[in-house]
Design a protein around this ligand. Structure first.
Ligand SMILES: Cc1cc2nc3c(=O)[nH]c(=O)nc-3n(C[C@H](O)[C@H](O)[C@H](O)COP(=O)(O)OP(=O)(O)OC[C@H]3O[C@@H](n4cnc5c(N)ncnc54)[C@H](O)[C@@H]3O)c2cc1C
Length: 434
């Protein structure tokens, strides 16, 4: 071996480990982080997907991590033992960028398994259900994302407009729900000069209203009837809601807010749409209910404050806060534990009964652990009486008390949209993917 070869060999001996060792360390650290997130999400009940999500073919996956880098939601996927895994499935909203980024095609997007709220109604190419003149659009039909909801809302009403107009005082179309799909359907109805009404149980905006504060919303340019192209691709929740407000003002779209639809009755040739405020006879009905259901409310003063929500979307958003979780089921316990996990929040769990009777064993054990080390303050036999900006009044066996409070999460059960569809006679697909 000559001197030159020896020098090359020595340089390689120094340079290769200098490059490889930090890389291997970095990969190991990433894996450790992913494993920790996986365990945390499992404990908080957030690991499994609830809607559209990536399905990974582990045999084909080469563990390159390309899918994890492109996810706009952050840590839906991670790489563990050299394979991509679903870390935080409930966070996935179906962007599908991971599937696009995978160089070996090991990811396909699919709906969550039945029982994780993924029952899909049977729809034809015009979004018509098995009940004639009754349509389902948006996330309720199985397709996530704002852009898809807007496109479907527009398309369904453009299709309805090709059918003969309703007579005898009937509405041409009643739109139920004012999320992206319902608002777009309402705008298309107004643009097509149909006799319409948009009925919304809460405020206009849909699920976007429930996003964590300042959440970055990713969407693609989309055409909104009577407005034109919405060019936002990356905007905060607040910017998007602001845009909806401008759309409502400029187009004068009428939305009946705080008017929940209770029933849809087939009256032979037309429907009667029933709300607490009245009845709407309609030729066509478009259901744009989303998939989140109608949470049961406590009915106490202050419940309409913006700090009160009925689901926990991202526990990590809340740091150094006084939070109250209300409820005695698995969702309430998982939320309380999730919020207490990082140790910076002061978490109280209030349940009106004197003991937890229907918890999964794992949740009962976990709650016990957190309770023993005072990470969660459990108030059994307690009732929330009033919610204020900075405090909550709560009645316990010791009498009336006040808790400092930044956020309230209520898990008092509710009604899923699928029950509503079944009641209306809509049939569902027998076998649902994954
Ligand atoms: C945390 C989170 C983050 C997300 N991030 C993104 C993102 O970045 N980009 C993106 O494209 N998508 C995102 N999504 C998904 C997106 O929000 C949904 O796909 C979209 O909102 C679906 O629109 P929709 O109109 O079908 O339903 P929804 O927005 O859910 O609206 C349904 C409406 O129907 C109303 N309703 C229900 N029942 C009744 C009734 N009986 N009577 C009257 N009204 C009723 C509800 O109150 C609600 O206002 C996210 C979702 C979540 C949960």
């Amino acid at each position: 071996m000559n001197t030159e070869t020896l020098i090359t060999f020595a340089v390689a001996l120094v340079l290769i480990p200098a490059a490889v060792i930090p890389y291997v360390r970095h990969i190991r650290a990433q894996e450790r982080k992913a494993r920790k997130r996986f365990e945390e999400a499992k404990i908080a009940g957030l690991q499994a997907a609830v809607s559209m999500h990536p399905h990974i073919n582990a045999t084909a996956c080469i563990g390159c991590g390309g899918c994890t880098d492109v996810c706009p939601e952050g840590d839906v996927l991670g790489v563990i033992d050299g394979k991509a895994v679903l870390l935080h499935g409930s966070k996935c909203v179906g962007h599908g960028l991971c599937a696009e980024a995978c160089p070996v095609g090991a990811i396909v997007m699919m709906m969550a398994a039945p029982g994780r709220s993924a029952d899909l109604p049977i729809l034809d190419e015009n979004f018509e259900t098995t009940v004639k003149n009754l349509f389902v659009v948006g996330e309720l039909g199985g397709m996530g994302l704002i852009k898809n909801a807007i496109t479907q809302g527009k398309k369904v009403v453009e299709h309805i407009a090709t059918r003969p107009r309703a007579a005898n005082g009937l509405y041409d179309v009643i739109v139920v729900g004012a999320g992206p799909a319902g608002l777009s359907a309402g705008l298309a109805a107004k643009a097509g000069r149909l006799k319409y009404a948009v009925l919304e149980q809460g405020d206009a905006g849909g699920t976007i209203l429930q996003y964590p504060r300042r959440k970055i919303v990713m969407t693609s340019p989309v055409e909104l009837p009577l407005w034109g192209k919405v060019k936002l691709t990356e905007a905060s929740k607040e910017t998007l809601l602001d845009l909806w407000k401008q759309v409502l003002v400029r187009t004068q779209l009428k939305v009946n807010t705080n008017e929940k639809v209770l029933d849809i009755i087939d009256a032979g040739g037309h429907f009667i749409v029933k709300t607490a405020a009245g009845e709407y006879p309609a030729r066509h009905v478009v259901l744009a209910l989303g998939r989140r259901g109608t949470p049961r409310k406590l009915g106490v003063p202050g419940e309409d404050l913006g700090k009160v929500t009925y689901r926990l979307i991202d526990a990590e958003t809340y740091k150094d806060c006084d939070v109250l979780v209300v409820g005695g089921g698995d969702s309430a316990v998982e939320a309380a534990v999730g919020l207490a996990l990082h140790g910076t929040n002061r978490v109280t769990l209030s349940y009106r009964k004197s003991e937890f009777t229907r918890l999964k064993e794992r949740n009962a054990r976990r709650l016990d652990e957190f309770r023993k080390r005072n990470a969660v303050n459990v108030l059994l036999g307690s009732n929330v009486k009033e919610i204020g900006e900075k405090e909550v009044r709560i009645e316990t066996s010791d009498g009336m008390g006040t808790l400092p409070n930044d956020y309230v999460f209520i898990f008092a059960g509710g009604e899923m949209p699928f029950e509503f569809l079944k009641k209306a006679g809509i049939r569902f697909q027998e076998q649902v993917v994954a």
